[in-house]
Design a protein around this ligand. Structure first.
Ligand SMILES: [Zn+2]
Length: 466
């Protein structure tokens, strides 16, 4: 029996990952992501789902990032009642990320009502906390490297992808005829082997066909040690009595940066100052991090111990009051706070207070999307001399820095190295999760290196398989 594979998102874009597998009378959805980014992309979240959600038997998740999991509560709201299969790490992170997503949806709706910017009157959230709780009850935890039967003739196996806690690639074993099985692989988002904290990706057995992400299909990350670029920035700001503010993503990036600071302190390369983590979400994500040693290198033979992973004077500001007190302190220190692209969160209070003072600094450690306040600070902020925060025009006198090399995604060399470790090369590769230019460039590289057939996935397109 053949299977139909249909791309319902993340083809030509990097968000809204959803792929529908139809095998006989069964429907399995691989990932259930939100479209994120521009207004046009976000509007896609309001489109009617291409098939009746109630007709989907099962959802399988590669990982918890919202562009892979954030549409789930909406799917449940529209009638989906099947199981959601995921690793333990993904389940734990989804609990934190989906609840936060419901809160953001409510804020968006409230904003739209206040400003009259809505197609609907009144504007409603995409989903609410009740939908999130209903969705979390559908989760079923699956261990890695074991076949799990999903529907008749179709089983799945999870393997470690090294991207964030819980992140996995998927191998689907499909019964093509009573005595013949074929394997379809989904990379999900794949990490690399340079992380300080995540264990590297495992290899796939040997899928006949592979659906491969291509986020960095046309780019290479800096290979030189990020520590080298960070040390002079930290010293410079602290030595003049300033505070270094690091906007950071709660999951993954925050832990990487904290552990890097701890390492640099131990090596005596930066002074020991208070390091304040001011983000309830990042604090939850860090707790989850330690619950999943299967994904991380701490406590391993050559890895650091848990104590060694935190800076000596590490503090967490839990409540809003703690956070407010931290904004008022004048000692030299480092503050790590969300949101990573300065689209909201507690980092705004720190920036509002400290941007007007040239002693301080802002260090960006991740990608800043077009239209975000982070992008503005990097590109035009200094030239324009000010930035709007909480309805006030704030002068920018603090220094703005950026370092690369902390990405959780592998670049094209990493992805090709990963594929070359498979026990057997796939015969055909479909590329998704990338911009059109990244996918074109990556397709060429894969063809010439592995002599495989490569096709670029397009939204709404499908192929028959097995
Ligand atoms: Zn991801």
């Amino acid at each position: 029996m053949s299977m139909q594979v249909k791309f319902l998102g993340a083809a030509g874009t990097v968000t809204g990952s959803r792929t529908l597998l139809t095998h006989g009378r069964s429907r399995v959805l691989v990932d259930c992501g939100l479209f994120q980014g521009t207004k046009e992309l976000r509007a896609l979240n309001w489109d009617r789902f291409p098939v009746d959600p109630a007709s989907i038997d099962t959802v399988v998740l590669t990982h918890a990032h919202l562009d892979h999991s954030g549409y789930l509560p909406k799917l449940v709201r529209e009638g989906f009642r099947g199981n959601v299969f995921a690793t333990a790490g993904t389940r734990d992170l989804c609990e934190v990320l989906l609840r936060d997503s419901a809160r953001l949806q409510a804020e968006d709706a409230e904003y739209a009502n206040r400003t009259g910017h809505s197609r609907h009157k009144p504007a409603l959230p995409l989903y609410d906390e009740g939908d999130v709780e209903a969705c979390l009850r559908l989760f079923r935890v699956v261990p890695r490297q074991e076949w799990k039967a999903l529907v008749p003739g179709l089983a799945v196996r999870f393997g470690r992808a090294g991207h964030i806690t819980g992140a996995s690639f998927l191998e689907f074993q499909v019964e093509a005829s009573p005595s013949r099985y074929r394997v379809l692989g989904f990379s999900g988002d794949v990490g690399h082997s340079r992380s300080r904290v995540l264990r590297p990706p495992e290899a796939m057995e040997g899928p006949d066909t592979l659906v491969l992400e291509s986020t960095y299909g046309d780019r290479l990350h800096a290979r030189d040690d990020v520590a080298q670029s960070v040390v002079p920035i930290i010293r410079r700001v602290l030595e003049r009595g300033g505070t270094l503010m690091i906007p950071s993503f709660a999951v993954g990036r925050t832990q990487e940066i904290l552990f890097l600071l701890a390492e640099l302190e131990r090596q005596g390369r930066i002074p020991e100052v208070p390091v304040i983590l001011d983000s309830p979400m990042a604090q939850s994500a860090t707790k989850i991090f330690f619950r999943h040693p299967e994904d991380h290198i701490f406590d391993q033979a050559f890895g650091p111990t848990r104590e060694e992973l935190f800076p000596r004077f590490f503090e967490e500001s839990a409540s809003r009051d703690d956070s407010m007190l931290a904004t008022m302190r004048d000692d030299p220190k480092i503050i790590v706070a969300g949101a990573g692209m300065v689209t909201g969160g507690r980092i705004l209070h720190h920036l509002k207070r400290r941007l007007p003072d040239p002693r301080h600094g802002v260090l960006f450690v991740g990608y800043q999307a077009e239209g975000s306040k982070g992008r503005y600070l990097l590109d035009q902020g200094r030239a324009n001399g000010s930035i709007r925060i909480h309805h006030a025009e704030i002068p920018i006198e603090a220094e703005i820095f950026q370092v690369s090399g902390l990405s959780a995604h592998g670049d094209y060399e990493d992805l090709m190295e990963w594929v070359s470790r498979f026990h057997q090369l796939p015969k055909k590769v479909y590329l998704n999760h990338g911009s059109p230019t990244a996918m074109e460039a990556f397709a060429e590289k894969l063809r010439s290196r592995f002599h495989v057939e490569v096709q670029i996935a397009r939204n709404g397109e499908s192929f028959s398989w097995a």
